[in-house]
Design a protein around this ligand. Structure first.
Ligand SMILES: [Zn+2]
Length: 229
């Protein structure tokens, strides 16, 4: 053995595409449009990059069907997702970052740190399985257990639910954080207005929160039961 190892870390741009495909595909294929919107780039660049990623063996791509990750592409995406979510947890729990600041910082840092650093960080944090937004953290062997969550707006009136995950949008996070509507909190669903999607919930202190459809769609819950707890 001469110790020569091929650096396996893809460039940050390749990594960002793999993550964007993973995030928008949800197991299927990601369209050019979805990925272009997610990365704020024009669709022509996305088409070029899809072809490049196909050449690297990281995606399968057909023009009218979009791109889906190969096994290798999926591993690379999950490796970055693991880094991202561990870094976010670290920034929030140890460096005094606010809830809405961590994402942007983690976007930069995830490309700078090594796998070694990532695993030391996981050790320091006690191997958490969820990040501060409630997103699951892929394990060290890059597997991710499926979760069965649904948007708050799909709850039944009277149902008690636990907030498990909230969208990463900075504005949404600031707003929900202020109201204490964060992962782990239990709520009782008071009203779901079919007409406009407005949801009213009651928190553990008996405070009512009326949430517009965009906010309600940013909160993912699991049922806890019915009635007051
Ligand atoms: Zn994030």
């Amino acid at each position: 053995m001469d110790g020569a190892t091929i650096p396996r870390s893809p460039s940050s741009s390749v990594g960002d595409y793999l993550k964007a495909i993973w995030e928008s595909a949800e197991g299927g294929a990601a369209s050019t449009k979805d990925v272009a919107e997610r990365l704020s780039v024009n669709p022509a660049s996305v088409t070029n990059m899809f072809a490049r990623l196909r050449g690297m063996g990281l995606v399968e791509y057909e023009r009218y069907r979009g791109a889906s990750l190969t096994e290798e592409g999926l591993s690379e995406a999950l490796r970055l997702v693991r880094r991202h979510r561990l870094i976010e947890t670290f920034l929030l729990d140890h460096l005094g970052y606010s809830w809405e600041e961590v994402h942007e910082e983690a976007e930069k840092l995830e490309h700078a740190v090594s796998d070694r650093f990532t695993e030391r960080l996981a050790e320091l944090l006690g191997h958490p399985d969820h990040d501060p937004h409630g997103d699951p953290i892929p394990s060290a062997d890059l597997s991710l257990a499926p979760e069965d969550l649904r948007p708050l707006g799909e709850s039944a009136v009277g149902e008690r639910v636990r907030v498990c995950r909230v969208s990463e949008d900075a504005g949404v996070l600031a707003h929900l954080g202020e109201r204490g509507l964060v992962p782990g909190e239990e709520l009782r669903v008071q009203e779901v207005r079919v007409l406009d999607g407005v949801v009213t919930v009651e928190d553990k202190d008996g405070v009512f929160h009326t949430l517009g459809p965009a906010l309600a769609a940013s909160i993912f819950v699991e049922p806890v039961g019915y009635g007051m707890g």
